[in-house]
Design a protein around this ligand. Sequence first.
Ligand code: 7TS
Length: 409
Amino acid sequence: MVDFKTIIKDFPILKRRINENKLIYFDNAATSQKPKVVIDALSNFYSNNNANIHRGVHTLSMEATYLYDEAKEKIAEFINAPNNNSIIFTRGTTESLNLIADSWGQSNLKESDSIVITELEHHSNIVPWQELIKKTKSKLRYIPINTDGTLNLANINNIITKNTKLISMTHVSNGIGTINNIKKIIKIAKSVGATTVIDAAQSVPHMPIDVSDLDCDFLTFSGHKMLAPTGIGVLYGKKELLESMPPYQKGGDMILEVTYDKATWNEIPFKFEAGTPNIAGAIGLGAATNYLMKIGMQNIRDHEIEITKYAYNNLMNVDGIEILGPENTDIRAGLISFNIPNIHPHDLGTFLDSKGIAIRTGHHCAMPLIKKLGHHSSARASFYLYNTNHEVDKFTAEINNSIKYFNNV
Ligand code: 7TS
C-alpha cells in the first residue's frame, strides 16, 4: 500500500509558505513540482559526472553517456516501447509535435490529403498542423465535441476517411480534463491507413501508458509535467517510421559523415537529436521515471480519481459554479476547470494566491476549446500524487470566502 499522505515529504518546495499560508499547489497541469531524488540526480550529475556525451573516450564522457542512455532505457520501459531507439529526447511535447509536423508531415502529405485533430487540443497540437497545411495544401479537419466536452463521434466516418493521412489527438484535455478513448480512434485510423499521433502530455504523468498495447505510431510528452526538469521531453515513434523520416534539425550528433559538399545522417535515435542534448534533464527524467514507477502509475491514477471525485462533489455545492468537462472520473483526469458567476478567473486566482493556493487561470493554451464552450477563460485546479483531500477542503472553503469577498467589494 502506498501512503500518499507521506509523499509530500519528498518534495522540498511543498514546505514553502506563500503569503503566510502553507502552499497548496494545484497547478500541476502546467508543471509539476520536483522530488528530492530528481533534484539530487541533477546535483550529482553536475558534481560528479558532467561531460558531453557520445564523443569522448575519457571517463567522465563515458559516465555521462551511460547515464543518458540509461535514462532512455528507463523511459522505454515506462511506456513499454519495444525498442530504446524509438525514444527521441526533445525539449518537450511542443517540440515533439513540431518535429512530426516538419519531418513526417512535409515528406508525406499532398494536396488531396487531410489531417484530423479534435476540438479539444492544446495550441501545440493545432498550430503545427495549421502551418503544415499551408505548405502542403492539404486540409485540416476537426472531430467536434459535445457540450460536456467529450468527443462527438456520430459523424466520425465522414471525418476520418480514405483521404485522412494523419490523426493527431490529445489523450487528456489540458483545458477541461476529458480523457479520450484513443484506442478506439487509433483503430478507426488504422482502418483507413492513417498515421496516429497521441499528445500524451497530460496522461503519461498520471496513468499507466503502454504504447505497444495502444499501437499508436507516435506519442509525445514533457518531462516537466512528470516530476522532471523543464526542457526535456520525449517523442516515441515506431522504428520503421522514424527510420523513413528526414532529420528535423541538422548538426552535431545526428551526422554520420560530412564532406565539404554533403552530409549523411546517423541512425535513430541520433538522427533526431542534433547538437548537445539536455543531458542533465534526461538524467533527471530518468530519476523521475524511477520514482513514479516505484509508486506505481495505477496507484497514482487511483489517488487522483479519489481527489477529483472529492473535489468535484465539494465544488458542486459552490453557489452558481459552472464546471467544464465530463463529471464521470472514468473519462475525467485529475483536473477541474470552472467558472463562478461575476468573478473573473484572474481575480479568483489572485484571491486564492493570497491564501497560498496556486491554480491556473486563463485559456490554458486551448483558446478555441474554451471559446467553443462559451467562455473566454476559466479557473483550473489540477492535482497530482502529493495533493490531498484536506487541501481540497481548504480550497473549497477559500472559494466560498472569495464569493463573499467579491460580493462585498
Ligand atoms: N499538449 C498538452 C495536452 C498540454 O497540456 C501541453 C502543456 C502541451 C501540449 C505543451 O507542452 P510543453 O511542455 O511543450 O509546453 N500544457 C500546459 C498547460 O495546461 N498549462 O501550461 C502548459
